[in-house]
Every structure is written in structure tokens, then in C-alpha cells.
Design a protein around this ligand. Structure first.
Ligand SMILES: Nc1ncnc2c1ncn2[C@@H]1O[C@H](COP(=O)(O)OP(=O)(O)O)[C@@H](O)[C@H]1O
Ligand SMILES: [Mg+2]
Length: 303
């Protein structure tokens, strides 16, 4: 297992960003899919050891994310969501500088900088000042610096952000090439379902700081969640928590009617059991059908 986290909680002051995240990931390209604000970047920063979770544990390559960050970072590349450029630098100096920061000797870092810039298609612009780069070039440069030290695993946070369709296609192709040919495991965060479907075989869907679903994309696409529309009298928040425990997913809708997704391995009777154990009254109960596409759409929004 290359990444394993349990019950991760993280708040920025009063803002709860992660509310009990569990995940277990082995090889292959993994998508971290979720709408803006879901907690994707926070989770990535925690895996990198930039933020320490208030609760929960995690291991990457069997190293502890709280106490062994510097060891972990040797094996990990990171493409941040925001620009991380130093004005007045060109791509070669920038990339080799970051290589040195990851512990490479200067000459080797310089040699690798030229190689990775060539690989991402920036060889002709490698001596230009970074402030003159287009969005597409900036994303490719961020990708180059993430792999300069030959990591075993890279975290790519919204790699297609700000790109037009052609730029998006190019960066996704590079990512697929990295994950298939270079023997580097990738974890890609995105709010766009099609980015993840194209590049990944496994997905973790994050919504409001919680894992809404995770699994092989091919399996998840076949799965058909049952959808119920329910109205209850009682503590709605407690009811939602109970449902989350059985991996149900709740969407609050108008006038107190909740849409509840129940995973296929659960019997819908579980809703009534939860209600009776907690003295909720069910006022309204209608069954409909939902595919995982609906779950994606509800969770993530479709572009
Ligand atoms: N530095 C910060 N200070 C306060 N709140 C933050 C900060 N960074 C993120 N948040 C909040 O944490 C939640 C999760 O954010 P984030 O991890 O950036 O989500 P995503 O990457 O999925 O868009 C959001 O509600 C966001 O507003
Ligand atoms: Mg983000």
C-alpha cells in the first residue's frame, strides 16, 4: 500500500476542511475528484507534511506523515495548484534550483532540469523569463519541476486549471505518459470528471471534507446506487452522520427533503433501522434510481 490514511481531520481555525478521511491506495494513477472547497488541496498538503492533521494517521511508503515528512518528500514530487514561480528566473535555473532543494547535487540538478524541460516540450523556451510564459507553459513547467528529482510518486493539484481544451489535452497526455512509462505513481486532483476518467484507473471522490465514494473507476461506473428521497422529523445532522457510517450519501434539498444515496451492498431497510434506533420519524420516503454518474454529477457538478 503506497498511501494509507485513517480518520484525517483538519480545520483552518473554525473552518473544517477535512472531516474524517480514510483512504488506501496502491499502485496506478489515482484521481482525487471533488468540487471546489471539497478539501483536495488540504489533503495533499497533509500528505506532504506541510499541514499536520488535528486527528488521524497516515503513512506513505510506510513512512509516517507526521514525523517522517523529510524522508517522504524525497520520494514525492508536487505540482501545486497555485503558481510557485520566482520572477526574474528562467525555466532552467528555476527547475534546477528546485532539484537542488530536493537534495540533488548542483550539476546533476542542472542536467536533469534540461532533460525534464525537454520532456515537457519547453526546450525552446527554457531560457525565457517565467513571467513571459503562457498558462499552458506554466503548467508544463510546474509538471517538470515536480519530476526533476525522479520521484516515485507525484501529487498533481488541479493540473489542468486555467487551460484551454488543447492545453488540457496536452498536459493530460503528459501525465498519462509519466504514469505509464516512467514508473511514477500519480495522484491527480481535479474538479473535472473527464480529466480523471482519462488519466486514472482509481478514483476517490471527496465532498465537503469526506470521502463520498472510492474505487476502481470501471467498478464504480457499473455500480448503481439506490436513491431515496426522505423527509424526517428529528436531528437531521445526526441522521446524516449515521448514514455516512454505512457509506450512504446525503444531499440536502429544498424544504427538508433529503436525497439519500445508499450503496448497492446495503439494504434500504437500514434507513428505517437508523430512524428507529434514534427516534426519528420518517415523514416522506420515495425510491428512485441513480447511477454513479448521478452521484458524480451531484457531488462534483458536470462541466
Ligand atoms: N488557508 C486557508 N485558510 C482558511 N480556510 C482555508 C484555507 N485553505 C482552504 N481553506 C478552506 O478549506 C476548505 C477546503 O479547501 P481546499 O482544500 O482548498 O479544497 P479544494 O482543493 O478541494 O478546492 C474550503 O472551505 C476552503 O475555503
Ligand atoms: Mg484545491
Amino acid at each position: 500500500m503506497s498511501i494509507e490514511v485513517k480518520d484525517i481531520h483538519f480545520s483552518y481555525g473554525r473552518i473544517k476542511a477535512l472531516d474524517g478521511v480514510d483512504m488506501e491506495l496502491s499502485e496506478g494513477a489515482v484521481g482525487l475528484l471533488g468540487p471546489n472547497g471539497a478539501g483536495k488541496s488540504t489533503l495533499i498538503r497533509i500528505l506532504l507534511g506541510f499541514l499536520i492533521p488535528q486527528r488521524g494517521e497516515g503513512r506513505i511508503f510506510d513512512l509516517d506523515i507526521k514525523s517522517q515528512q523529510s524522508m517522504i518528500r524525497r520520494y514525492i514530487g508536487y505540482m501545486p495548484e497555485d503558481d510557485c514561480f520566482i520572477p526574474g528566473m528562467d525555466a532552467v535555473s528555476f527547475t534546477s534550483y528546485l532539484g537542488e532543494l530536493s537534495g540533488m547535487p548542483r550539476q546533476e540538478a542542472m542536467k536533469r532540469a534540461h532533460e525534464v524541460l525537454y520532456y515537457v516540450g519547453l526546450e525552446e523556451s527554457r531560457y525565457r523569463f517565467l513571467e513571459t510564459y503562457s498558462s499552458g507553459m506554466k503548467q508544463r513547467l510546474k509538471l517538470a519541476q515536480a519530476i526533476v528529482h525522479d520521484p516515485k510518486l507525484v501529487f498533481l493539484d488541479e493540473p489542468t486549471s486555467g487551460l484551454d481544451p488543447q492545453g488540457r489535452k496536452e498536459i493530460l497526455e503528459l501525465i498519462m505518459d509519466i504514469s505509464s512509462k516512467k514508473d511514477i505513481q500519480v495522484l491527480i486532483s481535479s474538479h473535472i470528471l473527464s480529466d480523471i476518467e482519462q488519466t486514472c484507473s482509481y478514483v476517490v471522490i471527496l465532498d465537503k471534507g469526506r470521502v463520498a465514494a472510492q474505487g476502481k473507476i470501471s467498478d464504480l461506473k457499473q455500480v448503481s446506487y439506490s436513491l431515496y428521497e426522505i423527509k424526517i422529523k428529528g436531528d437531521v445532522v445526526l441522521f446524516q452522520k449515521q448514514l455516512q457510517r454505512i457509506k450512504g450519501k446525503v444531499e440536502e434539498t429544498v424544504e427538508g427533503v433529503m436525497k439519500v444515496f445508499i450503496p448497492p451492498d446495503q439494504d434500504p431497510g437500514v434507513i428505517f433501522r437508523i430512524a428507529s434506533q434514534n427516534n426519528f420519524q420518517i415523514r416522506h420516503f420515495v425510491k428512485s434510481q441513480a447511477s454513479l454518474e448521478d452521484l458524480f454529477a451531484d457531488t462534483v457538478g458536470v462541466e
